[in-house]
Design a protein around this ligand. Sequence first.
Ligand SMILES: NC(=O)c1ccc[n+]([C@@H]2O[C@H](COP(=O)([O-])OP(=O)(O)OC[C@H]3O[C@@H](n4cnc5c(N)ncnc54)[C@H](OP(=O)(O)O)[C@@H]3O)[C@@H](O)[C@H]2O)c1
Length: 290
Amino acid sequence: MNTRTTPLPGGTWTMGDLTVTRFGYGAMQLAGPGVMGPPADHDGALAVLREAVRLGITHIDTADAYGPHVTNRLIREALHPYPDSLHVVTKVGAHRDAGGGWPPAREPDDLRRSVHDNLENLGVETLDLVNLRLGDASGPRPGSLAKAYETLVELQQQGLIRHLGLSNATADQIAEAQAIAPFVCVQNHYNLAHRQDDDLVDRLAEQGVAYVPFFPLGGFTPLQSATLSDVAARHGVRPLSVALAWLLHRSPNILLIPGTSSVAHLRENVAGAGLTLSGEDLAALDTIGR
Ligand SMILES: NC(=O)c1ccc[n+]([C@@H]2O[C@H](COP(=O)([O-])OP(=O)(O)OC[C@H]3O[C@@H](n4cnc5c(N)ncnc54)[C@H](OP(=O)(O)O)[C@@H]3O)[C@@H](O)[C@H]2O)c1
């Protein structure tokens, strides 16, 4: 699946007809505190997005719920008209309440409204890839996705969405979706210290479906572990670089969308993810999330 050369670590992966760099960028950190409201540094947020594209990143992850509407409008302001190679992936299925919570919004009307909001705020006629976000802020929850997923399939048939994906999904929900219509990625919580989806990563790899870990660096509280620090010290790099390099080593279908609001961190992450890990490193790192 690594079909094109790219200077970025990890090469590329193809989802449907979208070829993206495995090193992508997650835009959630660009909104204000608690992912609510505008960023403190508007120009700094635009600079991060432009630097991502300048570095060759062709996969940006977002949601209209970030802000709400804030990150999508920043992406539009920074990058529209989008280069043909750039693919902006969004998600629907939750909105924001006054307290900054993420209540589910998965009724057909909620989903239609959210798809139209994404189209408008990103300034496009078709969304490249839309993830149906399931569960809640504490993780995946059981329950049928049929009604919500079928609504997105309908919007896809109308030409508003090119490809579908699932997020925060259980194995049963993934199987249920598979019987309804194809999807090209699953975006779930996964990193060096949070490996509940290990089997799912491998199963999806066999099926040619991308696995896109959210919180690849640990999310709002970045990963800390003595073992991670030891491996990083051996190579003279930052621990978070090792966490990203480990994900690229873990499986070829893993796509990275680390978040940052800092150009310096973005550059550090791109440079660091290319680290080659030895068998000894991988064996030590494997003990962290077990
Ligand atoms: N589907 C879902 O339900 C869901 C949920 C959460 C997130 N997501 C997506 O996943 C993406 C990634 O998740 P995330 O941004 O929440 O978490 P993350 O990528 O695991 O970590 C982001 C945190 O790491 C810090 N960071 C990044 N690079 C760093 C560096 N080199 N040195 C020190 N700190 C660094 C960032 O702070 P600085 O800003 O200071 O760099 C930020 O606090 C999001 O942007 C979003 O697109 C999806």
